[in-house]
Write a protein that binds this ligand. Structure first.
Ligand SMILES: NC(=O)c1ccc[n+]([C@@H]2O[C@H](COP(=O)([O-])OP(=O)(O)OC[C@H]3O[C@@H](n4cnc5c(N)ncnc54)[C@H](O)[C@@H]3O)[C@@H](O)[C@H]2O)c1
Ligand SMILES: [Zn+2]
Ligand SMILES: [Zn+2]
Length: 362
């Protein structure tokens, strides 16, 4: 079987800058698809990987927020064929695990990934970020990870649905269950948080409070639908959120940073019987301490959102439709187009708060 040699962005060791390296990508075996990546957004989770905050399975092939064209498929693949325009999903429910069998495929515990490994030139296996690895000209996925969508959408916009936009929109619409007339606070307004703002607006929230430490992010949040903004370096956010909601707090408080301090803000900024949604990814050292009486006495629910509780085959085509109808401005998430050699610089710009999304265009 043929092996394809392409360039990809790898993270070799904890904390070390990422590097471009030759990657060997096998042709698809049974059930797999080889995808020519056209665009891949830089998500904060890629940076978490390179900081060793997700796991220690270095070397990683980074990139997981991508769209492209199916190049080849293996035996038995029926959902896509060569030439199809697809968004890559890091969830492809198995239909068979204990969660799928309970009718909750968005929690699938045995999501499909490619069986074969992509490797470095010396044969050492790569761990593709979130089972994708798309800062690479070609990537190998399970065919069910390739979700066919309308090719009229630009690959830059479509790719963002593959992670951050879906995670944020879904945190509001699916996990948080935001509905008409609700009040919502989003703490941390990067790509994920601003997608939660957009999701809250789409779902009919009437008050949407965006909180960040950076005014640029708050300006973007207004464009996505925030009715109020709070710079939490200048204003105590819990008090300010209460003041904007008749002293009560919000129905749904979404944490999109991944930090104990901002989680506490979300916890105290919600109304009684409200919902906290944690979509930010904490690192393994982080702890929280909350008065148990407050957990009980405030009622409601404390939830985590993995990938916005999405079902890619249901939700990706729908979001592309909303985009094409002008109701979801995916282009506004794209701050810059970069080359495949610029991911490390994009991490620096992300850390300095200068971008919503840098998108690698291949
Ligand atoms: N749960 C999921 O399925 C999922 C999916 C994708 C990303 N994520 C996670 O979501 C988080 C956000 O990702 P992103 O790509 O939007 O990152 P990002 O770096 O673009 O955005 C983070 C935002 O948080 C803000 N921020 C930082 N500290 C803050 C504080 N103390 N108070 C308020 N705001 C603060 C930053 O200014 C920035 O705007 C990351 O932890 C990422 O790993 C989770
Ligand atoms: Zn399953
Ligand atoms: Zn991501």
């Amino acid at each position: 079987m043929a092996v394809n040699e392409v360039q990809g962005v790898i993270s070799r060791a904890k904390g070390a800058p990422v590097e471009l390296a030759p990657i060997l990508v096998p042709d698809p075996g049974a059930g797999e698809a080889l995808v020519r990546v056209q665009a891949c957004g830089v998500c904060h989770t890629d940076l978490h990987y390179r900081e060793g905050a997700i796991n220690d399975e270095f070397p990683f092939l980074l990139g997981h927020e991508a769209a492209g064209i199916v190049e080849k498929v293996g035996d038995g693949v029926t959902n896509v064929q060569p030439g199809d325009f697809v968004i890559l999903a890091w969830r492809a429910p198995c239909g068979n695990c204990r969660s799928c069998r309970r009718g909750r495929p968005w929690y699938c515990f045995a999501s499909h990934n490619a069986q074969q490994k992509m490797t470095l030139a010396d044969g050492s296996a790569l761990s593709p970020a979130l089972g994708i690895g798309a800062f690479c000209e070609l990537t190998l996925v399970h065919a069910l990870q390739a979700v066919k969508v309308d090719p009229a959408a630009s690959p830059l916009a479509a790719g963002l649905i593959g992670c951050g936009v879906m995670a944020g929109l879904g945190a509001a619409m699916n996990t948080g269950g935001v509905g008409r007339g609700d009040s919502v606070a989003v703490i941390g307004c990067g790509g994920v948080g601003n997608a939660a703002v957009a999701g809250a607006r789409l779902a009919g929230a009437h008050t949407i409070i965006a909180v960040d430490i950076d005014d640029r992010k708050l300006e973007w949040a207004k464009e996505f639908g925030a009715t109020h903004t709070i710079n939490s370096t200048q204003t105590e956010p819990v008090e300010a959120i209460r003041a904007l909601t008749g002293g009560n707090g919000v129905n749904v408080a979404i944490e999109a940073v991944g930090n104990p301090a901002t989680y506490e803000q979300a916890f105290y900024a919600r109304d009684h019987a409200g919902t906290v949604v944690l979509v930010g990814v904490p690192d393994p050292t982080m702890q929280i301490e909350l008065p148990l009486l407050e957990v009980f006495g405030r009622g409601g629910s404390l939830k985590s959102s993995w990938y916005g509780d999405c079902l890619p085959t249901r939700d990706f085509p729908m979001l592309i439709d909303l985009y094409r109808q002008g109701r979801l401005d995916l282009d506004a998430f794209v701050s810059e187009r970069i080359g495949i050699g610029d991911v490390e610089t994009a991490f620096e710009r992300m850390s300095r708060g200068e971008v919503l999304r840098s998108v690698v265009v291949l």
